[in-house]
Design a protein around this ligand. Structure first.
Ligand SMILES: [Zn+2]
Length: 175
């Protein structure tokens, strides 16, 4: 049996871009960075892809997911930790992997592919939808957004094959 399973690549905001924002005290869109304590009542952090806990020091800044000139560049509000955090490593974040979500699809030249923009319903797991979208030949990147305000949460790319597990004790896969 041959399966072409791929592993989704989840992209939080690049910590080096956030370091510049924190160091400069401005988000690059004309807004000063103000740290304030999180309420814990619905502040998804785009630096480490989890909800803010009450009292954590956070900031609300403007952010553009594309870091190069593009007519599809959109600038919008995102919560981030006020100071550098551990970031996000791994797959889909546990706290931000269910609907309702808007999945925006882009080709490999970062033009929006309007045909495949997809709404994910309440409490629905976004993973199988992302797997399906990123298996399409004309979808390279998906931006996961909230539905009503359409705020950017994180980007997902695909196409990295999952290697078959190596036999642990010198089976057929080793020589
Ligand atoms: Zn963070």
């Amino acid at each position: 049996m041959t399966t072409t399973k791929t592993r989704l690549q989840v992209h939080a905001i690049d910590p080096t871009r956030l370091d510049v924002v924190r160091r400069n005290g401005t988000d690059g869109h004309g807004n000063p960075v103000h740290a304030f304590p999180a309420s814990g009542q619905g502040e998804p952090l785009r630096c480490c892809l989890r909800m803010a806990r009450p009292g954590e020091s956070i900031a609300l800044i403007s952010f553009a997911p594309f870091d190069h000139p593009s007519v599809w560049t959109e600038v919008g509000p995102v919560y981030v930790h006020a100071d550098r955090c551990e970031g996000h490593v791994g797959g889909l974040p546990d706290e931000l992997r269910t609907g309702p979500r808007l999945l925006r699809t882009y080709r490999d030249d970062d033009t929006m592919n309007y045909d495949h923009n997809t709404l994910v319903g309440e409490d629905e797991d976004i993973e199988p939808v992302l797997e399906r979208l990123l298996a399409l030949p004309d979808v390279a990147t998906v931006h996961v957004r909230t539905v009503l305000p359409q705020c950017f949460l994180f980007a997902v790319t695909g196409g990295v094959p999952v290697r078959p597990a190596r036999a642990p004790f010198g089976g057929a896969a080793s020589r």
